[in-house]
Ligand binder design. Structure first.
Ligand SMILES: [Zn+2]
Length: 375
């Protein structure tokens, strides 16, 4: 909640301009007026907030291991959550998603309107067209699902790379709190590793929407094979697939990530592994600590390239942060050029909050409220 005066200060625009914009948003019922705040003297300003309650979003997180669907309202409140094994055929996946979404919305039988679907993908997504340029773990190259899913559900669909969406959600969230950070990276550790970059308060997409593909930056040119087909990428050493693969006894340094075994052992997940580590299982602890070391090495590269104010790290492995933080920091210190680089704050994004699904929600909810650029 914010007053018109504070909003004008935040936007660095005259009060009159802000009042005109706010009045338009109130007329469209996108912004609502709430309680009056306490003021030291004079008239008490009325607080404004975005109408969130009766506006729904379907958030979808497509991963190699599973696909998650969440129905939430604009504030991110979870109403329904489902997941199923990911189908790697884009047509089948769209069919299944549309079927589930239509059932969820019918079942929910709400008077609230669903305003769109946000989909996060582990790969490069062309922002302007929504085409998935390359998603190695899904085996997708130049794939289109946006229009098909939109036609099958009758809803607008927004697609984005998962790490970029997480960074967008982080940015959106920080704008509504006091602790706004303008320069940060969001390292998303999942079946792969993606990095969302925010510079001067803007998400960096790059000329071809490829910015942040640090997951495929090599740590060793002769290293194990990655799902992208190249050797020694960062994610071969530190992704969830690599952590689980290592625990299951595959020598990823010889064979690369054992794709078939991962599918066979789909029932044993990174969450199970982290639970074992937290319960004191030595093999599980070794597995997460090894990944943590490589996470730190990769983060040092990211810090040298971007020089962020802070690093957010998300993914199930961060539930074991009490076990792995030391390893991440030691590896970062080992590689960092300067004292400041070695001490960059690393903050975990709460797994309970489903950062990837928050990112998918932000794709639908944030663009409408992006700070208007007033000339
Ligand atoms: Zn790779």
């Amino acid at each position: 909640m914010i007053s018109r005066a504070d909003l004008a200060r935040l936007m660095n625009k005259p009060r009159g301009v802000v009042t005109t914009l706010v009045n338009e948003l109130i007329k469209e019922n996108l912004v609502v007026e709430g309680a009056r705040t306490t003021a030291m003297r004079g008239r008490r300003p009325t607080l404004l907030s975005i109408r969130t309650e009766d506006r729904l979003v379907v958030a979808i997180d497509v991963r190699f291991s599973r696909t998650y669907i969440m129905l939430s309202d604009f504030s991110g409140r979870q109403l329904v959550m489902e997941s199923f094994e990911t189908n790697f055929s884009p047509e089948r996946l769209v069919e299944k998603l549309a079927d589930r979404i239509n059932k969820i919305l019918n079942y929910y039988d709400s008077t609230s309107a669903c305003e769109g679907i946000g989909v996060v993908i582990p790969g490069i997504v062309e922002y302007q067209t929504g085409r998935i340029v390359f998603a190695p773990s899904l085996g997708w190259k130049d794939v289109e699902i946006r229009n098909a899913l939109s036609e099958a559900t009758g809803l607008p669909v927004h697609i984005e790379n998962a790490a970029k969406a997480c960074a967008l959600a982080q940015l959106w969230n920080s704008k509504s709190t006091a602790g706004e950070v303008d320069n940060f990276v969001h390292v998303m550790v999942s079946d792969g590793i993606g990095v969302g970059i925010v510079i001067n308060g803007e998400l960096l997409r790059g000329e071809n929407c490829m910015a942040g593909e640090f997951g495929h930056m090599p740590l060793n040119l002769e290293g194990p094979k990655c799902l992208c087909g190249k050797k020694g990428c960062w994610e071969v050493y530190a992704s969830n697939l690599s952590t689980v693969s290592r625990y299951l006894g595959h020598d990823i340094f010889k064979t690369g990530i054992n794709f078939d075994s991962m599918t066979e052992n789909n029932k044993f997940t990174i969450s199970d592994l982290v639970e074992l580590a937290l319960a004191g299982d030595a093999k599980a602890i070794k597995s997460v600590k090894t990944s943590a070391y490589y996470l730190g090495i990769g983060i040092a590269n990211v810090v040298h390239a971007i020089d962020p104010t802070c690093v957010y790290i998300g993914g199930e492995i961060t539930l074991a942060w009490s076990i792995i933080e030391k390893d991440v920091r030691e590896a970062l210190e080992e590689r960092a050029f300067t004292e400041k680089a070695s001490k960059v704050p690393i903050l975990t994004a709460s797994v309970v909050d489903h950062p990837r699904l928050r990112g998918a929600i932000a794709l639908v909810s944030a663009p409408i409220f992006a700070i208007p650029r007033v000339a």
